[in-house]
Design a protein around this ligand. Structure first.
Ligand SMILES: Cc1cc2nc3c(=O)[nH]c(=O)nc-3n(C[C@H](O)[C@H](O)[C@H](O)COP(=O)(O)O)c2cc1C
Length: 189
């Protein structure tokens, strides 16, 4: 088994997947391990939606691309505008044709929902890496406003999407991106 340090270095954002499916039992395992994350007041507000239907993922991708392009149209000054040409490309699937998408969501009225669900996402990505699975957090998959799709995927009213995470077997693994030196503002000793 990888040491924790090896795992920290091994996890990469994967955007190129083999065609084979990930067994649902494995997805359930990594979701279970993601719930070992800490949460404010041990509230555990995270909920999970598992999608392995590629047709549904494609429709979600198209809906999010539309919503993002509308946002760019209204606010061209946003950094998001850098993705305009990719979003306009009909062939671009924001989920990179991954075989599985896990939405980590939670009640919008829980003050810590974003932090708690982000921690669960982080644990999920490491749980997946330990099993040789690749993941990538897809922020572009967040603006899912279409009520028909929200109902279809079982997203309850009043719930916020925090972390869309794709999961699959990596077809290729990119080189690690260099990290900046930690910027320690002050040491008080
Ligand atoms: C909140 C968040 C949103 C992200 N959204 C996207 C995305 O929409 N598309 C994508 O390809 N990668 C996305 N990423 C992945 C980052 O680009 C990636 O983590 C970063 O480039 C560092 O690479 P690494 O994860 O391999 O270390 C996102 C990551 C985070 C944490």
């Amino acid at each position: 088994m990888d040491s924790f340090e090896e795992l920290l270095h091994k996890r990469r954002s994967i955007r190129d997947f083999e065609g084979r499916e990930v067994p649902l039992s494995l997805i359930r395992e990594i979701i279970r391990e993601s719930t070992l994350a800490p949460s404010a007041s041990h509230g555990q507000p995270w909920r999970f939606i598992i999608i392995t239907d590629r047709g549904v993922m494609k429709r979600i991708s198209d809906a999010c691309k539309g919503a993002l392009l509308e946002r760019i149209e209204a606010h061209p000054e946003l950094p998001l505008s850098g993705y305009k040409s990719a979003l306009e490309n009909r062939a671009f699937n924001i989920f990179y044709n991954a075989p599985c998408l896990v939405y980590i969501v939670g009640p919008a009225d829980v003050g810590s929902v974003e932090v708690d669900c982000a921690l669960a996402a982080s644990y999920l990505m490491f749980a997946a890496a330990r099993r040789g699975l690749g993941t990538c957090w897809i922020g572009l998959g967040t603006p899912l406003d279409d009520p028909v799709i929200r109902e279809e995927i079982g997203l309850p009213d009043g719930y916020r999407i925090v972390a869309p995470v794709i999961v699959g077997y990596p077809a290729s693994i990119p080189e690690p991106l260099p990290r900046e030196e930690p910027n320690i503002l002050k040491i008080i000793s």
